[in-house]
Write a protein that binds this ligand. Structure first.
Ligand code: FAD
Ligand code: UDP
Length: 386
């Protein structure tokens, strides 16, 4: 029998499994409902031989040295700085909106005076969330804020979330602040790179260990039962630790109702040409039904005569409809968070249960944050009281 069972083979599950196997030298069972490891970071070669990210484009970036060094044990890296252009009034301009964007959009004299005011008001090399910029008490800057709000954020956010930026937790649009700088990169983190041989290969290396047993194509409910504070695995009482990285409402049979999520539909297209876009991602805040198009070869650096792009079509999450059944984004609003807290309280009744990851914690985590959290959970909750 195993003393550790992990549900989910994404970053949260793979990091904890790897640490238990190597650091504690204990056997661990990983249960994964999909037919592959990697969670949403999974990548694979499509029929044309182009490396794609099946669940949406994933760019690795972090400022956390521990995370970078930890993952560097399992992969070499390809240095990559992600750049995004947004189509505004029919023109492709740098996103996040920065001083270069300002100069590409407005006539020189207006751009210059707006630039001066921005620097005077906020300073240089400063990031200002759009909702903060809109609070500014200056007519000309208000004009700029409203322009950016309307052309970059409003319609994109309506597509992505079905609500306006004001109706969302301000941290969501705050992920892409207006940047008073000439830096065109999407991220400013110290470490920005892509795993040289892809994410799936990275996961394979992490999970390749005699102490790790992997069960694919298996849903948690097929092998585990939780009842009155006790956990049963394969029909027997389980006394070890259960690390769960899936949705908490699913684990508890939707007892208090369903947690809301946003889902996506991905439309992949391969063209028999080497390149179709000037940068990794082009955002379409105002046009079409999709939010953005990503061309994978920019990210992966793959040399190939053909190229594959993906368009992201946001849609409501619905677990009963196969095409809408992947919960890509937690809907981090007050009401869903309150519902989540009830599930979290329920989870506390199970002493052996540890929840970690984007789904299990209902947090809008990037990959590095999940790795950092999983390492912390290992240190604080797994290595103690064994
Ligand atoms: P997941 O990767 O979702 O893994 C959870 C695993 O658990 C899955 O494999 C799932 O199948 C399995 N599972 C769930 N329920 C069960 C069950 N009941 N039984 C068995 N198995 C189960 N982050 C970045 O840092 N950079 C990016 O560029 C980036 N781009 C993204 C783009 C998109 C479209 C999305 C949706 C996310 C993006 N992210 C990005 C975030 C990144 O995907 C997550 O931070 C990361 O994958 C979370 O890892 P996780 O292990 O918590 O969850
Ligand atoms: N956003 C926007 N316009 C853009 C880019 C982002 O309105 O051109 C908003 C939108 O609400 C989005 C959020 O900022 O959901 C976060 O964007 P990010 O690119 O971080 O989203 P992710 O890559 O996680 O989908």
């Amino acid at each position: 029998m195993f003393r550790y069972i992990i549900v989910g083979a994404g970053f949260a599950g793979a990091v904890t499994a790897e640490r238990i196997a190597r650091e504690l030298n204990e056997k661990v069972l990983v249960i994964e409902k999909r037919n592959h490891i990697g969670g949403n970071a999974y990548d694979c070669y499509n029929a044309d031989g182009v490396l794609i990210h099946q669940y949406g484009p994933h760019i690795f970036h972090t400022r956390i040295k521990e995370v970078w060094e930890y993952l560097s044990q399992f992969t070499e890296w390809r240095m990559y700085h992600h750049r995004v252009l947004g189509v505004i009034d029919g023109k492709k301009v740098p996103i996040p909106f920065n001083l270069n964007t300002l100069h590409e959009i407005f006539p020189l004299s207006l751009a210059q005076s707006l630039e001066e005011k921005l620097i005077q008001h906020f300073g240089y090399n400063v990031k200002v969330p759009i909702l903060k910029l809109r609070e500014v008490d200056d007519e000309q800057l208000r004009f700029l804020a409203d322009f950016i709000y309307e052309k970059v954020f409003l319609h994109y956010t309506m597509k992505q979330w079905g609500v306006t930026p004001e109706e969302l937790n301000s941290t969501v649009t705050g992920r892409v602040p207006v940047y008073i700088s000439r830096d065109d990169r999407y991220f400013q983190d110290v470490y920005q790179a892509m795993p040289k041989e892809g994410y799936t290969r990275l996961f394979e290396t992490m999970l390749e260990h005699p102490n790790i047993k992997l069960m694919l194509n298996t849903n948690v409910n097929e092998v585990l039962k939780l009842k009155d504070g006790r956990i049963f695995a394969f029909g027997q009482e389980f006394t070890g630790k259960l690390i769960y990285t899936g949705m908490l409402d699913e684990l508890f049979n939707y007892e208090y109702g369903e947690l809301p999520y946003r889902s996506l539909r991905f439309d992949f297209e391969t063209e028999h040409t080497e390149q179709t876009q000037e940068v990794g991602t082009v955002n379409y805040p105002n046009d079409y039904e999709f939010t953005r198009i990503t061309e994978f070869k920019h990210l992966t650096g793959q040399v190939h005569p053909h190229t594959t792009t993906v368009r992201e079509y946001p849609q409501p999450y619905n677990r009963h409809v196969a095409e809408q059944a992947i919960p890509y984004y937690p809907y981090v609003q007050a009401e869903p968070m309150a519902l989540y807290d009830r599930y979290k309280e329920k989870a506390r009744q199970y002493e052996q249960l540890i929840v970690v990851g984007r789904l299990a914690e209902y947090r809008y985590y990037d990959m590095d944050a999940v790795v950092a959290k999983a390492l912390k959970v290992f240190r604080d909750r797994i290595t103690t009281n064994n």
